[in-house]
Design a protein around this ligand. Structure first.
Ligand code: SF4
Length: 98
């Protein structure tokens, strides 16, 4: 194969890997429709206690059954938010203790 063609294929392949990495790193915004509906906060300490009386500060994404991260991950996927990631110290009203 022509060296220029090989180079171009590598550039395209590298771009695809970079795009996939960026897609995985997308974080949920508190203002996103689903996040707002579930009362999601990046910091569990900032959850509205009046609106969510069953919430406690010990509840956080990294202690939830829907958390898809490993120990020590700052952000990871969550079954409630599709491809976007939630914060380890976050919380939403779908919280389910591990
Ligand atoms: S379902 Fe669990 S892991 Fe997902 S955002 Fe809510 S508390 Fe966090």
């Amino acid at each position: 194969m022509n060296p220029r063609r090989v180079f171009m294929l590598r550039v395209v392949a590298a771009g695809g890997v970079l795009a996939a990495g960026q897609a995985r790193a997308a974080h949920v915004e508190e203002s996103d429709e689903t996040a707002a509906a579930l009362g999601y906060k990046h910091d569990t300490k900032l959850v509205d206690a009046a609106k969510y009386p069953n919430h406690t500060a010990e509840q956080s994404c990294s202690h939830c059954q829907f958390w898809q991260g490993a120990a020590g991950d700052a952000w990871a996927g969550c079954a409630m938010f599709g491809r976007k990631q939630v914060a380890a110290g976050g919380w939403c009203s779908a919280f389910k203790k591990v």
